[in-house]
Design a protein around this ligand. Structure first.
Ligand code: ACO
Length: 326
């Protein structure tokens, strides 16, 4: 049988900044309550980066942990893809800043901007290098400082987001071309730019020259989320050649407990197969999936060889799903 090159996840790492902000902390300056936030979202707390921590600092910590888990060093890395919507600077890319801070050799480094779908998009971009033999050791990172984009007077958004980073090491390995292979087995990526007004930031380099604040019609995004994500989940499973029932762990983007339960129910995944970190991390945008993956691996639930299904939806609107055999 012809061998195929697969992009295999060989190490996972997550990093959360030290400061924890509880719902009660927020209720001191915005008209909300712990009860409302928990009931509508499942969120109990979020982490916030220190004023002197840039998103690249969070990314570097997560990347270091992923490299250790993979038995690799910075010297091995030839590709860095960072999914982020909160870069240190307008340019250069966070990926090249991470490259410098880690001390990686000259290679390929770039960012992917797909907001909360950034990690799934970044994995797909890295797969384009690794599975074609153009990278031997890739770092794929989701990293965000979403608290820096908040309008702290808007209770409809400021209670939802947190900061953090997650990373995976991806390496090429020969497989048999079957679903028994380890690696990134299937993707479904989607975007619908006509839905921009539902979720966007009201500032930017080439418009008003501002950083801007996150604006969201939460209930409208919610309406699209479950249906759109479910379609992508089935499409990614079909792309991989598996049934959703083959999935050992469902690792959704952690925006809202009600959305992730709604998607799991619609696609037929039981709640005991869902990794949920939304209570402790809140919505960390592109970082939420690799952070949830890292948590599941670290606490021993997710094991090598298991089938994982990742999904996300974010501003754009963008959304997508990915099937991985770990
Ligand atoms: N505390 C108390 N009350 C609040 C708060 C709050 N923090 N926020 C909103 N409310 C109020 C509203 O003002 C409204 O009051 P009204 O009825 O008097 O006008 C009421 O609660 C209901 O508001 P809705 O927005 O309809 O509430 P909903 O049940 O939809 O929950 C939420 C809001 C949590 C935002 C939900 O819609 C959601 O999770 N949406 C999806 C978010 C998402 O997935 N985003 C995508 C990823 S993010 C990214 O890409 C960056």
């Amino acid at each position: 049988m012809t061998k195929v090159l697969r992009s295999v996840v060989t190490g996972v790492g997550g990093y959360l900044p030290d400061e924890v902000v509880t719902n009660a902390d927020l209720a001191k300056f915005v008209d909300t309550s712990d009860e409302w936030i928990i009931e509508r979202t499942g969120i109990r707390q979020r982490h916030r980066a220190a004023p002197d921590q840039a998103v690249s600092d969070l990314a570097v910590e997560a990347a270091r942990r992923a490299l250790v888990a993979a038995g690799k060093t910075a010297a091995d890395v030839d590709l860095i893809v960072v999914g982020t919507t909160t870069p240190d600077l307008t340019f250069p890319a966070v990926a090249t800043i991470v490259q410098r801070k880690l001390g990686c050799p000259i290679g390929v480094a770039f960012d992917v901007q797909a907001v909360c779908s950034g990690f799934v998009y970044a994995l797909s971009a890295a797969d384009g290098f690794v599975a074609r033999g153009r990278s031997k050791c890739a770092l794929v990172i989701g990293a965000e400082t979403m608290t820096r984009l908040m309008d702290w007077t808007d209770r409809g958004t400021c209670v939802l987001f947190g900061d953090g980073a997650g990373a995976v090491v991806v390496e090429p390995m020969e497989g048999e071309g079957t679903t028994a292979d380890r690696g990134l087995l299937g993707f479904a990526l989607r975007a619908d730019g006509t839905k921009q007004d539902l979720l966007y930031v009201d500032g930017g380099v080439s418009t008003n020259g501002q950083i801007g604040h996150l604006r969201m019609q939460g209930n409208q995004v919610f309406r699209h989320a479950v249906v759109n994500i479910s379609e992508a989940v089935f499409a990614a499973a079909a792309d991989a050649g598996i049934e959703v029932s083959d999935v050992d762990w469902f690792i959704p983007h952690q925006a809202n407990q009600r959305i992730l339960e709604g998607v799991a129910k619609r696609v037929g995944i039981s709640h005991d197969k869902v990794i949920s970190t939304v209570a402790e991390h809140a919505n960390t945008s592109a970082a939420s999936i690799p952070l949830a993956l890292a948590k599941g691996v670290e606490d021993g639930r997710i094991k090598p060889g298991q089938m994982l299904l990742l999904e996300a939806m974010g501003g754009g609107l963008t959304w997508g799903a990915c099937v991985i055999r770990l």
